[in-house]
Ligand binder design. Structure first.
Ligand code: ADP
Ligand code: ADP
Ligand code: ZN
Length: 210
């Protein structure tokens, strides 16, 4: 099974991705996570992330192309945060065609603007990949990760002055993908406003029915 998660920043894609890959034994491909790793060594990327702007298509596409060469994606994969522009979607289609790989579903996890702002503002993350929310999904001990006891931090681009810019980038550059995938018949609408487990139930129901 190969799937894609799309939706605005803060919709809950990363949270659902963790549950999906665990349940179905597929590989999680998060371009955001990959760039956060890369930014430790690359200044250009670091600046783009901090300002909420997208990394150039060519960079992202090449990174995904390389990642799809690895053997583990044969188990199936979940793309989280890619594609994010129409051009990226077209490049992905080309890539998959030459490899004879098919996408089974594109889950569109949607929340409205105000909810996205609330979720992003309260997000706290651990270096182990776990993510929490100060009000909605709090850790057992404040500031500490349930899974590894690591310190929770706020992402730089989750600070208030960047959040609106990121949502703006989403509206302009990523939202057009919804129409694109609707036309392919792969789009599955998921109500992201429900709680974490309800959203997961919806996605699971769809995958199992397939
Ligand atoms: P995305 O990957 O789409 O940017 P995340 O999965 O990181 O989003 O979730 C954004 C924030 O919202 C996090 O703080 C997360 O704990 C919280 N969150 C995720 N899903 C839900 C939900 N269904 N209800 C309330 N809060 C949620
Ligand atoms: P969120 O889901 O909260 O918006 P991500 O972790 O998916 O955050 O992405 C963080 C940042 O990484 C983005 O703001 C952007 O700078 C960069 N990024 C991630 N995926 C892509 C992509 N497919 N194309 C361009 N930039 C990307
Ligand atoms: Zn942790």
């Amino acid at each position: 099974m190969n799937c894609i998660l799309v939706g605005p920043p803060g919709a809950g894609k990363g949270t659902q991705a963790k549950k999906i890959v665990e349940k179905f034994g597929i590989v999680h491909l998060s371009t955001g996570d990959m760039f956060r790793e890369a930014k430790k060594s690359e200044e250009g990327i670091s600046k783009l992330l901090a300002s909420g702007q997208l990394v150039p298509d060519e960079t992202v596409v090449n990174m995904i192309k390389k990642r799809l060469e690895k053997d583990d994606v044969k188990k199936g994969f979940l793309l989280d945060g890619f594609p994010r522009t129409l051009n990226q979607a077209e490049e992905l289609d080309k890539m998959l065609k030459t490899k004879n790989i098919k996408i089974d579903a594109v889950f569109f996890v949607d929340v409205h603007f105000d909810e996205a702002v609330k979720r992003i503002s309260g997000r706290r993350v651990c270096s182990c990949g776990a993510s929490y929310h100060v009000d909605f999904i709090p850790p057992k001990v404040e500031g500490k990760c349930d899974a590894c006891n690591g310190d929770l931090i706020q992402r730089n681009d989750d600070k208030e002055n960047v959040v609106k810019d990121r949502l703006d980038v989403y509206e302009k550059q990523t939202r057009p993908l919804i129409e694109y995938y609707k036309k392919t018949g792969l789009l599955v609408n998921i109500d992201g406003l429900k709680n974490e487990s309800e959203v997961f139930e919806e996605i699971k129901k769809y995958i199992k029915a397939k």
